[in-house]
Every structure is written in structure tokens, then in C-alpha cells.
Design a protein around this ligand. Structure first.
Ligand SMILES: Nc1ncnc2c1ncn2[C@@H]1O[C@H](COP(=O)(O)OP(=O)(O)O)[C@@H](O)[C@H]1O
Ligand SMILES: [Mg+2]
Length: 242
């Protein structure tokens, strides 16, 4: 297993945003993470990449206990993520933004540039490499966010709602991009509200509700589960249109 999460709990004061969650991620797979707003999905990402210290439990990545490691140490071990709110360095070019990740791997300018170009190609953004990032549209910023993460050459990539706000055509393209990232050897965990996208991408899906794992299974199992339909579709139906 590339990633093993064992009974992880993250409390904010009295609130358990993540509650006793265990899961495993096989090398090479795509795991989908779904659940209504506030279910604890982003918090779980923050725990995995060390942005937040976990309250209880254990996280093992690639055989290493990363439970109490700092986020830069975890990045060096090979976990990268995108953020739900995209935040490029606005006054730098697309290429320079992607190179920031590359400098985690090498101090040589030319090498960082090559790594960054490869990342931009993977997300279909290489033709915009010389554009100042603040002039990119939302879809392009989402791609750049992924390219920045890819440039750290991760083994595991965590994508937090990279399709939110995209047009249906852009969503289709993003699905293809995520497939090609996976085909290049990167294992992924993806948080997404767009059901069609998550169902077609994920090999397995885990459902969180109020911080707890309420189900795990194939996309088919999950979409047929009454418990999931009630928790996810029932409570937050308006989310589905987002
Ligand atoms: N830094 C924080 N401090 C306090 N509460 C937080 C913090 N981050 C998230 N929460 C709370 O934890 C719960 C889970 O949030 P989050 O992980 O963002 O959910 P999701 O990504 O599934 O929508 C929510 O109730 C949220 O308000
Ligand atoms: Mg979230």
C-alpha cells in the first residue's frame, strides 16, 4: 500500500472534523473521496500532507510514518496537493509558477524548467507558458494549480475539487488530464462533487459524512447505496448542481 491511514481523528476544539477514519490507497490507483459540504474531506487532505497535525491515529506513506512530520518533509517524501481555492503567483508567468514545484527537486534552473514544461504539457497548458498567471481564466488556473503540484514529481497527488466551477467541456478535458496523470505513474486521491467525473475516474470511492467514513466501494456500489443517497444526495441536493 502506498498510503495507510489508521484510525485518524482531527479535532477542532470539541468538533471532530475527521473521526476515526481508516483507509488504504494502493499504488497506481485513483481513489475518490466524496461527501456533503463539511464532511471533513479537505481536513483529511490537510492531515495527510501535514498542513494540520492529527489528534489521534497514524498515517503511513510509502512505508514511512508521517503522522507527525512537517508539510515540507511530507512534500519531499512525495505527496503533493492542489488547493480548493486556486492561488497562483499572479505576477509570475505560468511557466515560472510551475517551476516553483520543480525547485523542490533540483536547484538547477534548466532542470526545473524542463520539469515544469512537462507538467504544463500534462495539463494542456504549455501553450500558455509565457502568460502572466493573473491573466489565466479559472479553468487554466485550475490546470496550473495541478501543474505546480506535479512539478514536485509526487508519488501521490491529492486533488481538492479541481473541477468546481468548470464548464461541462472543461470537466471532460479535466477527466482526460487526470487519467493521463495517473497513466504517467502518479497515484491520486480526488475530492469532487461532480458525480459523473468522480464515478468515471475512481477505481474505489470512500464516502465521508460528519467526519466519519460511512462507506467504501466501487463507483457502482456507492451509487447504489441507500445510505449514501440519504447522506449525500438527500441532505445536500443543491450541491449537485454546483
Ligand atoms: N481550521 C479549522 N478550524 C476549525 N474548524 C474547521 C477548520 N477547518 C475545517 N473546520 C471544520 O471542520 C469541518 C470539516 O470541514 P472540511 O474538511 O472543510 O469539509 P469538506 O472539505 O468536506 O467540505 C467543518 O465543520 C468545518 O467547519
Ligand atoms: Mg473541502
Amino acid at each position: 500500500m502506498l498510503l495507510k491511514i489508521e484510525s485518524v481523528t482531527k479535532k477542532f476544539g470539541g468538533l471532530s472534523a475527521v473521526s476515526d477514519v481508516s483507509l488504504e490507497v494502493e499504488q497506481g490507483t485513483i481513489l475518490g473521496l466524496i461527501g456533503p459540504n463539511g464532511a471533513g474531506k479537505t481536513t483529511l487532505f490537510n492531515c495527510i500532507n501535514g498542513t494540520l497535525a492529527i489528534t489521534e491515529g497514524k498515517i503511513i506513506f510509502d512505508g514511512v510514518d508521517i503522522s507527525s512530520k512537517k508539510s515540507y518533509e511530507i512534500a519531499k517524501l512525495g505527496i503533493a496537493r492542489s488547493y480548493q481555492i486556486v492561488q497562483p503567483f499572479g505576477n509570475m508567468t505560468t511557466l515560472q509558477n510551475a517551476m516553483v514545484g520543480g525547485f523542490c527537486k533540483t536547484k538547477i534552473y534548466k532542470e526545473a524548467e524542463e520539469i515544469a514544461l512537462r507538467s504544463l504539457e500534462l495539463v494542456h497548458l504549455d501553450h500558455k507558458k509565457d502568460i502572466i498567471a493573473k491573466h489565466l481564466n479559472l479553468g487554466e488556473r485550475k490546470k496550473l494549480e495541478i501543474a505546480k503540484a506535479l512539478s514536485t514529481q509526487p508519488k501521490l497527488l491529492l486533488l481538492d475539487e479541481v473541477m468546481a466551477g468548470l464548464t461541462p467541456i472543461e470537466v471532460q478535458e479535466m477527466v482526460r488530464i487526470i487519467h493521463s496523470i495517473n497513466a504517467s505513474g502518479v497515484t491520486l486521491i480526488i475530492i469532487e462533487h461532480i458525480m459523473e467525473a468522480i464515478m468515471s475516474l475512481s477505481k474505489r470511492i470512500i464516502v465521508l459524512n460528519f467526519g466519519k467514513k460511512i462507506m467504501e466501494g466501487s463507483p457502482e456500489d456507492v451509487s447504489n447505496s441507500q445510505q449514501v443517497i440519504e447522506a449525500y444526495f438527500g441532505v445536500e441536493e443543491e450541491e449537485l448542481d454546483a
